[in-house]
Design a protein around this ligand. Structure first.
Ligand SMILES: [Zn+2]
Length: 295
């Protein structure tokens, strides 16, 4: 496995970084990865991480649900698909609330492209970017349309009113370059929607090292409200809204309980508690869902 050690913060480039904890990859490899914290902007990040070329090995499992093509028939995946359809509608309504007249939209890191497909069916001019060739091919077979492998493959000069990154920012190796390129493609007064696991959530206190959203080494960064604000402001974007994603705490609770070798029901109950806490305290919600505007 090829790994890389970061000597500067991937968000603010500071060299004041400090080792703070070690987290095992419960999901796949069982390897332990260090997590460092930037003493300038507060971002926590996975250290000695697999390179962009090598990280694919850590996704190589048929059970990584968010990358699944929907062929499984287990009860869990049926529930997952129902939840996914509910969330597509929720995501759509949220964006519409802030951009009622939106037309051009890019879903960056669209995976199997369910959100891109949903938007296209709603009559939006929706583009999806996804690095996985398998996911792009599944999308093509399902919808007849194409996804793009990266930003440079988009039509030249194409710009967007809305760019969404649903649980994607924590996976991007070339973090700053990618986000700068995306912001260039954003129209004036356009919005970026970002959902990331929140490492200041009550879930972290509840589950500790077994919190499923550490998800090392697939999650390269571990954001909270302040570190995300620091990064997005440096890209010239202003935050206009913060909330949580309603089903995430339950999903995360179930997986975290599995890592703790406890019952899924216990995870669901903890997830429901987390949901109600996050509803009143979005900065401590399981997932940070934030909306940012370009001037
Ligand atoms: Zn930093």
């Amino acid at each position: 496995m090829k790994t890389e050690k970061l000597i500067h913060c991937p968000s603010c480039d500071s060299d004041k970084i400090k080792h703070i904890l070690d987290i095992p990859d419960y999901y796949f490899s069982k390897q332990v990865f260090p997590i460092d914290e930037c003493q300038n902007c507060g971002l926590r990040f996975t250290q000695s991480r697999p390179t962009a070329d090598a990280i694919g090995e850590y996704y190589d499992s048929e059970n990584y649900a968010s990358h699944d093509s929907g062929k499984k028939s287990s009860l869990f995946l049926k529930a997952y698909q129902l939840a996914r359809d509910y969330m597509l509608e929720q995501k759509f309504k949220l964006v519409r609330q802030f951009k009622p007249e939106w037309k051009q939209v890019l879903d960056y890191g669209t995976g199997e492209g369910f959100f891109t497909e949903f938007l296209q069916k709603k009559g939006k001019e929706a583009f999806g970017i996804e690095p996985s060739a398998v996911a792009r091919s599944n999308f093509k077979n399902r919808t007849g349309n194409d996804l793009y492998p990266d930003i440079s493959a988009l039509p030249p000069g194409k710009s967007f009113q809305v760019i969404t990154l649903w649980h994607v920012l924590e996976h991007i190796h070339s973090l700053r370059n990618t986000m700068e390129e995306l912001v260039e493609r954003l129209q004036s007064k356009g919005i970026v929607v970002i959902a990331v696991p929140n490492q200041k959530s009550t879930d972290v206190k509840t589950f500790g090292k077994e919190w499923a959203a550490w998800d090392v080494p697939r999650h390269l960064y571990h954001w909270d409200e302040n570190s995300l604000e620091h990064f997005m402001k440096s890209l010239g974007l202003q935050r206009i809204y913060t909330t949580q994603l309603p089903l995430d705490p339950i999903y995360i609770g179930m997986i975290s309980s599995k890592y703790q070798e406890k019952s899924p029901l216990e995870g669901v109950i903890k997830g429901i508690k987390s949901y109600f806490h996050g509803r009143n305290n979005p900065a401590e919600g399981s997932t940070l869902l934030t909306i940012w505007m370009k001037n």
